[in-house]
Design a protein around this ligand. Structure first.
Ligand SMILES: Nc1ncnc2c1ncn2[C@@H]1O[C@H](COP(=O)(O)OP(=O)(O)OP(=O)(O)O)[C@@H](O)[C@H]1O
Length: 311
């Protein structure tokens, strides 16, 4: 697992990471979320031992990343998938990494198969699409078969197929008992994949919660229903304590769950054409949560005000 305690990084006047403490548990995908400039990459670099903290500690399996005799066996990471020698093939790139870390050649074949690059492994990396580079980056992360994975914005710039693939891979890695940490600045990107959320803003911890608890806290229970008897049924629902408002030809009900509404309709012989629970988007909830800590919010608001004045 990853443990971060009082982690702080200052660059001159800028405090990029500010007394952060959280854990990333085995068997879970932990989403590390925050707006641009929140300090996600800086935190991940310190966890990986690529940057020295100004204060605090970050450990992997109880030790600093650099203190592991073969770091690739302790943690695999994807930071910048573009950082490859363009003339070197995926196979030789991985072979060099394996040799440098005392890992057997069979691991190279195993990870190439795992990421689906087997058939193109001899082509120079410079000819790869972004999705293929991302797969190669993941292959390098998996080379040491590590119990911990740290992936910085792995979905950036990927096509839908690549996104589905990385999501599936992260779920599989967690199911195998690994601790998976994945950063993103978009809730929508990770919403379906993560078990746990660590949200930061301006380097500080804003939320550390299970995804289920986040959904529970931010789901506005609304049910949309359509019925030819909507006007009469609305009164019945209100008599049961629900709040009802019209939205076109639909009724939007809060205060009663869909099964209760369905049962009531069945008991009253009301014909239903639609009965659909819906929730507010988690992206909106995330934006509300991080609004005050968005680095460029003030500029954006000023611009909006100016636009309005000009209009
Ligand atoms: N080497 C550096 N020197 C000075 N300031 C830095 C350095 N690296 C990061 N920062 C600053 O630290 C803050 C956090 O940056 P960081 O890249 O960690 O954020 P992030 O959450 O990963 O953002 P993004 O989603 O845009 O990648 C920013 O204000 C950034 O400008």
């Amino acid at each position: 697992m990853i443990e971060v305690r009082g982690l702080t990084k200052r660059y001159g006047e800028v405090t990029a990471v500010d007394s952060l403490s959280f854990g990333v548990l085995p068997g879970e995908v932990t989403g590390f979320l925050g707006p641009n400039g929140a300090g996600k990459s800086t935190t991940m670099r310190m966890i990986l031992g690529l940057d020295a903290p100004t204060a605090g500690t970050a450990t992997i399996g109880g030790r600093a990343a650099a203190a592991h005799s073969v770091p690739l066996k302790a943690v695999g990471s994807l930071l910048d998938a573009g950082a490859l020698l363009p003339s070197r093939s995926a196979y030789h790139h991985l072979l060099a990494l394996a040799a440098g870390n005392g890992l057997p050649r069979r691991r190279v074949h195993a990870v190439l198969d795992e990421v689906g690059l087997g058939s193109v492994a001899r082509r120079p990396a410079g000819t790869y699409s972004l999705g293929m580079k991302q797969r190669l980056g993941i292959a390098a992360a998996l080379l040491g078969d590590p119990p911990v994975l740290v992936l910085d914005e792995p979905l950036n710039g990927l096509d839908p197929e690549g996104i589905v693939w990385i999501r599936g891979l992260m779920r599989r890695m967690a199911a195998e008992g690994r601790a998976v940490m994945v950063s993103s600045h978009l809730m929508g990107e990770v919403e379906l994949t993560v078990d746990h959320l660590v949200v930061i803003g301006r380097g500080r911890l804003i939320a550390d919660t299970s995804m289920a608890a986040f959904i529970e806290a931010n789901s506005l229970r609304e049910v949309v229903l359509r019925s030819p008897q909507a006007p009469e049924f609305a009164g019945r629902l209100e008599a049961e304590g629900a709040a009802v408002h019209r939205d076109g030809d639909a009724l939007v009900v809060t205060g009663l769950a869909a099964p209760a509404i369905g049962a009531l309709a069945a008991a009253r012989g009301v014909e239903l054409h639609e009965l659909a629970p819906r929730r507010t988007s988690l992206e909106e909830a995330f934006m509300r949560l991080t609004h005050d800590s968005t680095e460029y919010a003030a500029e954006k608001e000023t611009a909006t005000a100016t636009d309005k004045e000009a209009a």
